[in-house]
Design a protein around this ligand. Structure first.
Ligand SMILES: [Zn+2]
Length: 147
């Protein structure tokens, strides 16, 4: 598995010295640090409706709030806004022959998902389409659930 870091054909900021490979389970590493996408309708947090905050699965930065989560029927956790204006960064992603906007954690530059402007049922028309594996959820009693 020595070369698995390159199997998606692109790498983010991962390098052998950054330590993420040791800190993250392989599935989370694949999404957060290699930009993989989890299979739809498989995420543990997809149907989570508890009140709380969604954290970056790598660095625990606060990213999204339960009040902005909605059921997009896409198969991935979807949010129409972020917890604060500067929680995430956006950058163009032209991989796989598509023009998409990638959503990354501003704090640790991990891949989270993509942003689409196709949610007219929400106040913003925005759909932050986020991998459950890229998140953790912290409820109001401070219980944390890994995505
Ligand atoms: Zn992060």
């Amino acid at each position: 598995m020595k070369n698995s870091r390159h199997r998606k054909g692109r790498t983010l900021n991962d390098n052998p010295g950054d330590g993420w490979r040791d800190k993250l389970p392989e599935m989370k590493y694949s999404v957060l640090r290699e930009g993989a996408t989890e299979r739809p309708f498989t995420g543990k947090l997809l149907h989570n409706k508890d009140e709380g905050v969604y954290l970056c699965g790598a660095c625990n930065a606060e990213l999204f709030r339960s009040e902005h989560k909605f059921d997009s029927e896409s198969g991935w956790p979807s949010f129409y806004d972020v917890v604060a204006g500067r929680a995430v960064d956006l950058r163009p992603d032209n991989s796989h022959g598509m023009r998409r906007t990638e959503v990354i954690c501003r704090s640790c530059r991990s891949h989270l998902g993509h942003l689409f402007e196709d949610a007219p049922q929400t106040p913003t028309n925005m759909r932050y389409c986020i991998n459950s594996l890229a998140l953790s959820f912290r409820d109001e009693q401070n219980n944390v659930t890994e995505g």
